[in-house]
Ligand binder design. Structure first.
Ligand SMILES: [Zn+2]
Length: 304
């Protein structure tokens, strides 16, 4: 999840998650509060539904690394500490939690074989593309590609949420809109929809995004990955949820991600790759593997 500059407290600038941030506004209404789909979402959609709207942009300072790019994440963290954006104490608390987890579960992923054939028909307006119809979805939901700033009604809300325009950003990322939409379809079909069916409060905070932001090998710019949070969930709820996903969902990478900065709320990164799933399970703290690069397993770091 991208970071942006958040509030200043005690003279120190803190980071906030883009999709939780009070800094992302449409018509001065915060649209980044997906943490509470049953509350703030209505205000966000009302703002987007307005005849005209303007979106304030945000500056991305650092991004999650889904791979073992540990050195670059470490240097970014150091730069953020030196800039006063995050604190040494926050990073130390995260490192300590990684060394002393509440619980450890090093079981491997289930290796469930997923669906690898995409059938998506990309709409002329890419942002209206239907990825999975309610009749085929375990959750009974219609899933559309939805660029968050282009959602113009309160119907068909469920989508693959991102602030990037697929039609233009996909080619800029080196992929066709068709490729990205196919990847999103398989991601929804194999990963997100089963999770949504089991946990109706699940919601995507980020999926497709522009390349060049974050890990070079990130699967987000291909439409192969999404980040998920759960409305009303506490920090400690994420560990058992990640265990359920590991045992019941087909995936390439499953990453339980904690942080001691910004909102402090965890999220779950899930990816799907039709070319072959590695079935990897990791736990990250502040964008780094909580143990060491390449160490697998789920660790409950909700005590951080
Ligand atoms: Zn992610």
């Amino acid at each position: 999840m991208p970071y942006i500059v958040g509030a200043t407290a005690h003279g120190v600038k803190h980071v906030a998650d883009v999709f939780h941030s009070e800094n992302v506004f449409i018509n001065h209404v915060p649209v980044a509060l997906w943490l509470d789909p049953e509350g703030s979402e209505a205000a966000a959609y009302a703002a987007i539904s307005a005849p005209t709207y303007s979106v304030e942009s945000v500056t991305v300072l650092a991004l999650e690394g889904e791979t073992s790019a540990d050195l670059s994440v470490a240097s970014t963290q150091q730069a953020l500490i030196e800039a006063g954006v995050i604190s040494q104490a926050e990073v130390a608390a995260g490192n300590n939690a990684g060394a002393n987890p509440n619980a450890s579960d090093t079981a491997q992923g289930s290796g469930i074989i997923g669906v690898n054939t995409a059938t998506v028909t990309v709409s002329g307006n890419v942002d209206e593309t239907l990825l999975l119809s309610a009749s085929q979805a375990a959750s009974g939901i219609d899933y559309y590609v939805r660029t968050v700033t282009k959602q113009v009604s309160q119907t068909n809300r469920n989508g693959v949420i991102f602030p990037y325009d697929v039609a233009t950003v996909a080619p800029a990322n080196g992929y066709t809109a068709q490729e990205v939409c196919e990847n999103l379809e398989l991601l929804v079909k194999n990963c997100f929809d089963p999770i949504k069916a089991q946990y109706p409060k699940a919601f995507m905070t980020c999926s497709f995004r522009a390349a060049g932001r974050g890990s070079p090998s990130s699967q987000h710019p291909k439409g192969q990955a999404c980040d998920i949070q759960f409305a009303g969930a506490s920090k400690s709820d994420y560990f058992p949820i990640a265990q359920w996903i590991r045992d019941n969902v087909s995936f390439d990478q499953l990453i339980l991600e904690y942080k001691t900065t910004g909102s402090g709320m965890p999220w779950i990164h899930v990816s799907y790759n039709k070319a072959g799933n590695r079935n990897q399970v990791f736990t990250f703290m502040n964008d780094r593997n909580c143990k060491a690069p390449g160490v697998t397993g789920l660790y409950d770091l909700s005590n951080a």
